[in-house]
Design a binder for this molecule. Structure first.
Ligand SMILES: [Zn+2]
Ligand SMILES: [Zn+2]
Length: 367
């Protein structure tokens, strides 16, 4: 299936800001919302497309991934990763239209990957963990204990959210979750299908909530997992920890945990791939005469040879003092940018010497 560009779906420019994005989404959503177009399959399809596009673009992380890698970049995300952060109900409340949760059909999977196809075993949600590392940690690799809450199906109500014996089949829709209306006209009978208003499509009515989970059907629990982050990781790299997402149950395979790395900016070093850059102030005498100086590196202080006549802005390369390449023994380089610092305060003696230098310099240049 040819996937349409998210920006195109919403009819916005690629540099659209958050509020214009929301406005564009609302305008289109109002047009295609199934509450306004009951029984129109075309509108449901458009609405799904809009929801997906908006869910990705309104989240700066997902939007960055999409901008960089397109649809492929998001193939590792599950539905709940994509839609998890958005409360669609509040987006529509102002307009008197219903919001949609999972299972309403509006969020049916558009990600046509094998993993989520109907033939695949049902799988619990994948989870995402944002891990911030220092540059030093990214350079050496690090083991981190990640702590995060996971949701598990409530053991008391087995996920129904109802107290024992308090779950009934919806009488209005007879458990189908659908409201069907028939219209007769001269041409024939039209069937209009929408979500049952009594049970909101679940087909079941809970008369008393489960006391353990308060009707949510899920319980939150703290979970710990140790992640080994390899040396050389960079911002945007993602580590998949199989089976560490939401727990499975019986037939349901546990979800995966996606650890998304971001490397913090460093006070001294600026990273460009596997190379590092830093600036070093060099005195005018050292720049002119040459000197051996000391600069910080990821391996501690190291020697910097400044050659005679070094100009401001010169790049001095320290081979192999950069970041390690992921999965390899190779290391990038450290580039030191020479900043020739002109003194702003001089002692009388320094002034005398410089004035003497100036006279000599003039003599030198007059040759
Ligand atoms: Zn429960
Ligand atoms: Zn119903």
């Amino acid at each position: 299936m040819q996937r349409r560009d998210y920006y195109e779906i919403l009819g916005v420019e690629r540099n659209v800001d958050e509020s214009s994005l929301k406005r564009a989404y609302r305008t289109l959503a109002m047009r295609y919302h199934p509450d306004r177009n009951p029984g129109d399959a075309e509108c449901v399809a458009r609405m799904k497309e809009l929801n997906e596009a908006y869910a990705v673009l309104c989240d700066s992380d997902k939007r960055r991934v999409y901008d960089l890698y397109g649809h492929d970049g998001l193939s590792g995300y599950s539905q709940s990763d994509i839609f998890g952060g958005i409360d669609f109900s509040t987006l529509f409340r102002d307009f008197g239209l219903g919001g949609f949760g999972f299972g309403s059909g509006i969020f049916d999977n558009l990600f046509g990957t094998g993993r989520t196809s109907t033939r695949a075993r049902p799988k619990a949600s994948d989870l995402r963990y944002n891990l911030e590392l220092t540059l030093e940690e990214a350079a050496t690799g690090v083991e981190r204990v990640l702590e995060f809450p996971r949701r598990r199906t409530c053991s008391s109500c087995r996920g129904s959210g109802a107290k024992e014996g308090a779950l009934h089949t919806c009488e209005r829709c007879d458990g189908s979750g659908q409201a069907i209306r028939e219209h007769r006209s001269g041409i024939g009978v039209f069937r209009q299908i929408s979500v049952c208003g009594q049970c909101r499509g679940s087909g079941r009515i809970v008369s008393e909530h489960c006391s353990l989970c308060e009707g949510k059907g899920m319980l939150e629990e703290a979970h710990e997992v140790t992640a080994a982050i390899p040396a050389g990781v960079d911002t945007g790299h993602t580590l998949r920890l199989e089976g560490q997402g939401e727990p499975g149950d019986g037939d349901i395979t546990p979800g995966d945990l996606y650890v998304v790395v971001s490397v913090m900016t460093h006070a001294v070093f600026e990273r460009h791939g596997e190379d590092l850059y830093m600036q070093k102030d060099i005195g005018i005498a050292e720049a002119a005469l040459g000197a051996t100086l000391s600069v910080p590196s990821l391996d501690g202080e190291c020697k910097l040879e400044v050659s005679e006549g070094t100009q401001h802005g010169t790049l001095i390369r320290l081979k192999g003092k950069g970041m390690p390449r992921l999965g390899s023994k190779h290391r990038g380089d450290l580039y030191v940018v020479a900043r020739v610092a002109v003194p702003t305060r001089l002692t009388r003696e320094q002034r005398d010497v410089l004035q003497q230098f100036q006279r000599l310099g003039h003599e030198g240049s007059s040759h």
